[in-house]
Design a protein around this ligand. Sequence first.
Ligand code: DC
Length: 225
Amino acid sequence: MIKDNSHAKIAIDGPAGSGKSTVSREVSRRLKVPYLDTGAMYRAITLKVIQQKVGLDDLEALDKLLGSTQIRFGEDSKVYLDGEDVTEEIRKPPVNELVSPVSCISSVRRHLVAVQQSIAGESGGIIMEGRDIASRVMPDADYKFYLDASIEERAKRRCKEQLEKGIHLSLREVTAEIKKRDRIDSQREDSPLTVVEDAIIVDTTGMTFIEVVDNIIEVINEGMR
Ligand code: DC
């Protein structure tokens, strides 16, 4: 039995563009529970794969890369790869295009799941967001949310997000990329994106960001009563 919200283990899964990151950050701020963006970890590994020009079938080189990589999170959700701030770089098109194939590789998943489980084990409470948090990383989470939204809405959100960073992409381009990532993320053999039986599904289509956050906090507060 958890003592209060700050000791809750909260899993938030969902497809690309479902609003997981922004929602998780705000829930984390309001509940004062630390937050871990596991997608950023897959993205950081992907960036290093690109930088070092490692082939995805070169398992030996990948193992070496995993063993010598340090991913750290700082203030304001900053992401550091081997000490370098890569927060912006990991959200750019080259990483967007390769991250799903990289996250299908079993050795990559094994490595990152072990790191994530050790972080979860050491923390009093945590909000972890990704694709396999409820199914694999924290099957014992106190709360399991699955955020979803229509493909049109998710593509619009991604376009807006990229535009805010000065990257102009057409809605058609983004829709195609999201569909491709959905397919790879949910069809891969090793811990695919799935909705676990005890997940609370939140369809965020047409909901504002604050409505989604309030909805999640309400469920958690209700669970504490
Ligand atoms: O949430 P995101 O778009 O930043 O995630 C990037 C990719 O990382 C996503 O396409 C699949 C992968 N991922 C994963 O396989 N497992 C996770 N727990 C988180 C992300």
